[in-house]
Design a protein around this ligand. Structure first.
Ligand code: ZN
Length: 684
């Protein structure tokens, strides 16, 4: 950092810190509820326990609060025009005990600005087509009074807004915006294809609207920049969104479509309604029907248009506009896809056996995407499995749409997925994104700082559903290949390289500390995906499925619709399992360990053998001991991480047998060992 930059940095932070000093932090010096635990707690977390907003048994505290807002948004998109326009009213309610002298407004699409920091690999070398001037605020008003919109260029993807008078506890504030932005092509490096132009007749709209950042009880205002590297942190809000598009476009999106009868032709409406109770896939729209104006209501110009343009993918219908209206309650975000030529399939599935509640499963795709022809079937299977197996909590929303785009990305009730050649990979991608429904969306996770609390779970569920879909052997092998191998070897996939220390950064490290360009890719990726999934799966192995599920479901019941911290998760598992698991959490989530077990000794004992294992890497992983007896018989003994509870460096395993042991080998399975050369023993 150059000196002048450092100077500007200090001035801005001095300015912001004066604005942001909050009484909650000043008043929370009480020591009640200040029991000691074995885990490191950041200061803000300790203060939340002291203030009684959270409780060290893992439950929300008696003083728990969180803020909410109502968003009423109208968007207008007229492809191929790239300008997206919006008007927006926000009613934001301060549920905190603190007067708020300022608000923080997030402007995620400013990540397209040339001045934005982008933390994905190659993020600072985006093609020119990605770069834009971001979102333009055309008008801004607070409580009915127009105000100039001022931006501090330094912050880019968020801005502080100083209020003329602090927003008092229990009071609401009315904010109005009008804005526009130029949508960018989505054919970009995968990490940057999360919204944009999919093709000339298909747009994906996400992250587009200015929103109030989260102000919570243990971190205060969320002022982390959006860099593409990490995801988001959002309050639970109500949304009323109107999407205005040319009349030959269909709009798919988050929330209940409240005016299907106004926008769909009678035959399409009948098929759409039938899909809501159908177990089998119904083709609501085909490319040909879209091209012939058979799907949407228009002003009578569809047939005229289709004669000129049978495929309709390159020329925009210039007739009237349709207005698609969506409503969603208590949800962290919204996203929308629109197309004038996509196929549209749908069916539904029972997600709650208690009341027979069904969820709609829809897909929208280019006619050439062969894998998407199976997507409603895949989605039904995913919703059924997630609702009944893991986490075994009924799918909480009324629908899920898998939209063919340029990414593998989750949004509430929506997934924006690439079309892939390999159907197994396509299914796995869809299952992963659909699994995100629970974490982060249902659970209100801070993905920016603690992405392992959502990506780690989506990766865990992706593995567990894969056991059913692919069988243990192929699922284990794919999981190792996709999620574990590079971490296990510390990135040393090229000969001559030494294991990188970034493979061993503790999982608990706040993600925004790992988001500087050129550094975030693998460190953040390890922590959020494979490494944390292995930690959750090791805990499942330790507790057994019944207790693990009881803990997981208790955590979800306690915290859905709220903002759990990692400590709320750890302490809930301690509380519900009735065990002090801090040794395990410390080992997996707070340490710099890796997996490397070794056989250090095998000794004859009275009823068999005693095997001594050394934990060289330090991580408390499960292990299989494969025994080979003289005469050719074999046996596998599974040890859970419990063998490391008493002594995290050495463990002894008693093998009861009357046979003669010829050799043994350690096999970590998905808990891949960094150095297999010390995993074997042979009789001399
Ligand atoms: Zn994910």
């Amino acid at each position: 950092m150059k000196k002048i930059d450092l100077y500007i940095h200090l001035i801005f932070w001095a300015f912001i810190s004066v604005l942001m000093i909050q009484p909650a932090f000043a008043q929370s010096t009480a020591t009640k509820n200040n029991l000691t635990t074995g885990l490191h707690e950041p200061r803000g977390v300790k203060e939340a326990y002291a203030a009684g907003t959270r409780s060290r048994d893992g439950k929300p505290g008696p003083n728990y609060w969180e803020n909410h807002a109502r968003y009423k948004i109208t968007i207008t998109a007229k492809p191929p025009d790239r300008t997206i326009r919006g008007t927006e009213q926000i009613v934001y309610r301060n549920e905190s005990p603190d007067p708020l002298p300022m608000l923080v407004i997030k402007l995620f699409l400013n990540v397209h600005r040339p001045t934005a920091t982008r933390g994905t690999p190659g993020g600072n070398h985006m093609p020119d087509s990605y770069l834009s001037s971001g979102i333009h605020v055309d008008s801004f008003a607070v409580n009915g009074t127009a105000q100039p919109w001022r931006e501090i260029p330094y912050f880019v993807t968020w801005q502080p807004v100083r209020l003329s008078a602090p927003l008092q506890p229990g009071d609401s504030i009315h904010i109005r915006f009008s804005w526009h932005y130029k949508i960018a092509p989505a054919k970009l490096p995968r990490g940057a294809s999360l919204e944009g132009i999919i093709d000339p007749g298909t747009y994906y709209l996400a992250y587009f609207y200015p929103r109030v950042a989260v102000y919570d009880d243990y971190q205060g205002w969320d002022t982390t920049p959006y860099t593409l590297a990490q995801n988001f942190y959002s309050d639970f809000n109500d949304y009323d969104v109107t999407v205005r598009v040319p009349a030959d476009y269909v709009v798919w999106g988050t929330g209940k479509l409240t005016n299907a009868a106004d926008v769909l032709s009678s035959p399409a409406l009948l098929r759409y309604r039938a899909s809501l109770t159908s177990d089998t896939t119904i083709h609501i729209a085909t490319e040909e029907q879209m091209a012939n104006g058979k799907i949407t209501k228009g002003d009578g110009m569809n047939s005229w248009h289709s004669k000129l343009c049978p495929k309709c993918s390159l020329i925009t219908f210039r007739g009237g506009m349709n207005t698609w209206h969506f409503k969603a309650h208590n949800i962290p975000d919204v996203a929308f896809g629109l197309s004038n030529h996509y196929d549209w399939d749908a069916a539904s599935v029972i997600v709650d056996d208690v009341n027979g509640r069904r969820a709609s499963v829809q897909s929208a795709y280019n006619d050439s995407a062969a894998d998407f022809r199976h997507m409603v079937h895949i989605g039904r299977h995913a919703l059924d499995w997630l609702s009944h197996q893991w986490p075994g909590v009924p799918y909480p929303y009324e629908k899920m749409t898998v939209f063919q785009g340029g990414a593998g990305m989750e949004y509430p009730m929506m997934a924006n997925d690439e079309s892939l050649q390999d159907l197994d990979q396509s299914r796995s991608q869809a299952e992963h994104e659909i699994a995100h429904t629970y974490m982060p969306f249902y659970m209100g996770i801070d993905e920016t700082r603690y992405g392992f609390m959502d990506e780690g779970w989506a990766t865990t569920f992706e593995y567990l559903i894969g056991q059913k879909d692919l069988g243990t052997s192929r699922d284990d092998s794919l999981f190792k290949q996709m999620r574990v191998n590079i971490w296990a070897h510390g990135l040393t996939v090229m000969p001559g390289l030494k294991p990188s220390p970034i493979a061993n950064i503790p999982i608990i490290t706040p993600g925004d500390a790992l988001s500087s360009p050129g550094f975030s890719g693998s460190g953040l990726w390890f922590n959020e995906y494979g490494k944390s999934a292995l930690g959750y799966l090791a805990m499942k192995d330790l507790l057994g499925d019944t207790t693990f599920k009881k803990c997981l479901q208790a955590y979800m019941a306690r915290w859905h619709g709220k903002h759990p911290s990692p400590w709320d998760f750890f302490y809930t598992f301690d509380d519900v399992s009735g065990q002090n698991l801090d040794w395990f959490w410390r080992n997996w989530f707070f340490s710099r360990y890796y997996i490397d077990l070794a056989v250090s000794n095998v000794a004859k004992a009275e009823n068999g053998y005693t095997v001594t294992l050394d934990n060289i890497g330090g991580m408390d992983a499960p292990v299989n001991i494969m025994l080979h007896f003289a005469g050719g018989k074999t046996q596998t003994i599974h040890e859970t991480p419990a063998i490391w509870k008493a002594d995290q460096k050495h463990a002894t395993v008693d093998i009861k047998t009357d046979k003669t042991l010829a050799s043994l080998t350690l096999d970590g399975g998905i808990w891949e060992d960094a150095d297999p050369s010390n995993n074997s023993w042979k009789i001399k």
